[in-house]
Structures are given as structure tokens and as C-alpha cells.
Design a protein around this ligand. Structure first.
Ligand code: ASP
Length: 287
């Protein structure tokens, strides 16, 4: 039997700024629909997560892509990662400054296949060679307000394939050169058709140390835990180290989990029955 498709996205965990949810909600809705349309047309989960995350990067209201927060020197440095659950292929870029859509660059790294993670100037040169848009640094809004606001997407397509993608400006005021969990396979992004697809957001150093995204998949595979249980347990492990944040995940049966232990998490999903939920202010807004 063919699986029905499902998608979940996030716009970061942390304190949700009520004054700006008017901007974030429509951006979440656009990204969700961009991804879901692809799935409904029989497209791949990889295309769906890439499209959803690129839409959030372009929105300029999250700490990713155009809306990224500056590092301690006032510069933008972006990280992004993507993973294909069918093949366990993955790609990422780290600390890039002039790529408009880091998730597209991560995808190129993955498709090219020689390496998994490219950083800095080398990643930018690679992206340019692959025909991606390189922009002037004036493109970025330099959002100094949001400490959080990483974006991500996970999806299951009709062929039963899972994919995940995560993109971020990192932590505002970070040391130049700092790379967080978002582009790192198993930490901020992971997908395996045998278990689930995961995108994380929160205290990146602690997500790295607890290998959050792989932990969710490993708990399902090796302990037989449900997605909901594995997601909550993996996040609890981050919390024990003193970390806050959240994750979105979808399993191979199309079940969705979106746990968080921060004050809020921008999140949205369309489940395998076609039911839509968008949470932009921690009240359930739309059904
Ligand atoms: N996890 C991201 C990072 O550490 C930040 C976030 O999700 O808010 O780069």
C-alpha cells in the first residue's frame, strides 16, 4: 500500500515574539503549502523539504537566510543541512556568508556526492560553480532581535521516502566561525526511511553533544519506541544537559511529533489525513 504524504516545518524554538507573529504565520503557511503541493503532486520528500526551507529562508522573518541574526562581529554566517532517508545521502554548508539559499547549497553538496559538509569560502565557491545565487551581504536584514528562529522541514512522500532539512543563522552574537548543530548529520538534521526524519532547533551545542536527531531515530530502530516517545526522550536528554529547544519529526508511517521544552516553537504541519495545523503564537490557530 502506498503511504500518504505528510509534512512538518518549524521556524525555531524560543520565546515567541507576539508582536511579530503577524509576519511569521503567513510565512509558515506559504512554506507549508510550497512543500505540501510538491508531495501531493507525487514529488519527492527531498524536493518538498528543500522548497519549504527555501521559502522560510526567503521570508526574512526567521533567523535563517535573509532574516539571519549577525555573529559577534556583526556578520552573517549561515549553516544548513539536508538528508535523504532513502539513501542516507546528506549534504551541508557551514559558516557561509553570501549564499542566498543555504539549503539549496546543502542539496548541491549532497547531489554532487563527493563530500558531506563544506564550510566558508570553499562552500561559496562550490555553490557558485553549481549555479546558485550568490548575493551581496547587504541582502541580509541582520535581525538583532531573535535569539532563535532556525527553520526546518521534514516530509514523507507517496513513495514512502523520508527527508529532512534545517537552515539557520545560528545563535545571535556567536563567535565568528562557530558552527552549530543544523548542518551536522545526526545532530540538527537526520533522515532514515527505516525510522524517521528529524529537524531540530535550540541550543546547538547541546544538540551536538547529545546527537539529538540521530538519537530519535536510534531509539525507534533499536528500542522499538514510537516517534512521540523517542522524540520526547531525546529532547529530555538535551534538557538534562541544560539545553532548551525542540524538534519536528515524521516517521515512515506518516506520524508527526513536534515536541519542545522552550517557551514556544513556531511550527506547522499537514498530517497523513490532510489535516493542517499552524502554531505561530502557541495557541492552535488553524485547523
Ligand atoms: N540550533 C541552532 C544553532 O545552534 C539555533 C536554533 O535552533 O535556534 O545554530
Amino acid at each position: 500500500m502506498k503511504s500518504r504524504c505528510a509534512i512538518a516545518i518549524h521556524g525555531g524554538a524560543g520565546k515567541i515574539r507576539r508582536a511579530t507573529t503577524r509576519l511569521e504565520r503567513p510565512a509558515l503557511e506559504r512554506a507549508l503549502q510550497a512543500g505540501y503541493r510538491i508531495l501531493q503532486d507525487g514529488g519527492s520528500s527531498l524536493d518538498a523539504v528543500a522548497a519549504a526551507v527555501a521559502t522560510l529562508e526567503d521570508a526574512g522573518v526567521f533567523n535563517a537566510g535573509r532574516g539571519a541574526a549577525p555573529n559577534g562581529d556583526g556578520e552573517i554566517e549561515l549553516d544548513a543541512g539536508i538528508m535523504d532517508g532513502a539513501t542516507l545521502r546528506a549534504g551541508g554548508v557551514a559558516a557561509v556568508r553570501r549564499i542566498r539559499n543555504p539549503v539549496a547549497a546543502a542539496r548541491e553538496v549532497m547531489e554532487h556526492g563527493r563530500h558531506v559538509l563544506l564550510a566558508g569560502a570553499g562552500a561559496e565557491r562550490f555553490a557558485r560553480q553549481r549555479g546558485l545565487k550568490i548575493i551581496s551581504t547587504s541582502y541580509f536584514h541582520r535581525n538583532k532581535v531573535s535569539k532563535y528562529g532556525t527553520v526546518g522541514a521534514v516530509a514523507l512522500d507517496r513513495a514512502g521516502n523520508l527527508a529532512a532539512a534545517t537552515s539557520t543563522g545560528g545563535i545571535a552574537g556567536k563567535l565568528p566561525g562557530r558552527v552549530g548543530d543544523s548542518p551536522i548529520v545526526g545532530a540538527g538534521v537526520y533522515a532514515d526511511n527505516a525510522a524517521c526524519a528529524v529537524s531540530g532547533t535550540g541550543d546547538g551545542e547541546l544538540f551536538l553533544r547529545s546527537v539529538l536527531a540521530f538519537n530519535v531515530a536510534a531509539r525507534m530502530r533499536y528500542r522499538g519506541e514510537s516517534l512521540a516517545r523517542a522524540g520526547a526522550a531525546a529532547l529530555a536528554q538535551v534538557a538534562r544537559l541544560g539545553g532548551r529547544g525542540g524538534l519536528i519529526a515524521v516517521d515512515c508511517g506518516g506520524r508527526i511529533a513536534m515536541p519542545f521544552n522552550s517557551e514556544g516553537m513556531y511550527r506547522a504541519c499537514i498530517d497523513r489525513r490532510g489535516r493542517c495545523m499552524i502554531v505561530a503564537n502557541d495557541e492552535h490557530v488553524s485547523a
